[in-house]
Design a protein around this ligand. Structure first.
Ligand code: SF4
Ligand SMILES: [Zn+2]
Length: 149
């Protein structure tokens, strides 16, 4: 996520941020395909695609791909379904430190939430992507929504 914010800060265009960004969460197949085409110009393309695969995103357009079409939009709006992480994996905040099986290294959940909130407030990140980045942690997703009200 930091990469998307950095790209925007550096004056690079992230196509899903800004005018026409609704196409990335549209239910319309044609909108989705046009959005996916526009992803190809995105400086965060590889990271975004990797994130979507890792998170098992099944709705919307991520990293140049339509993850799925159909009535999944409402689902996405409510946040990505929580998933259990069975094994140790990298901290969700993106710091690269391995966890012992949770989503975050201790204390990194708050840091991640604050960074996502700041990026959304600066209009550098879609709310839907910020919520997606907090997949598996409904409590943080709820806090994000609450802070943005
Ligand atoms: S969905 Fe991902 S790859 Fe596509 S424009 Fe947005 S950040 Fe870039
Ligand atoms: Zn971390």
């Amino acid at each position: 996520m930091g990469t998307i914010a950095a790209a925007v800060a550096a004056g690079q265009e992230v196509p899903c941020v800004g005018p026409g960004g609704e196409a990335w969460t549209s239910d319309d197949r044609e909108d989705q395909e046009l959005a996916a085409d526009r992803c190809l110009d995105c400086p965060a393309l590889a990271l975004c695609g990797a994130y979507a695969s890792l998170a098992g995103e099944r709705a919307g357009v991520w990293g140049g791909q339509v993850r799925e079409s159909g009535p999944v939009r409402a689902h996405r709006k409510q946040g990505v379904r929580p998933k259990k992480r069975p094994a140790p994996g990298p901290c969700t905040c993106g710091c690269g430190v391995m966890t012992r099986g949770g989503w975050y290294v201790s204390g990194h959940d708050g840091v991640h939430l604050a960074a996502l909130l700041a990026a959304v407030r600066r209009r550098e990140l879609h709310v839907s992507h910020a919520i997606g980045a907090l997949h598996g942690t409904p409590g943080l997703q709820a806090k994000l929504r609450q802070f943005l009200q």
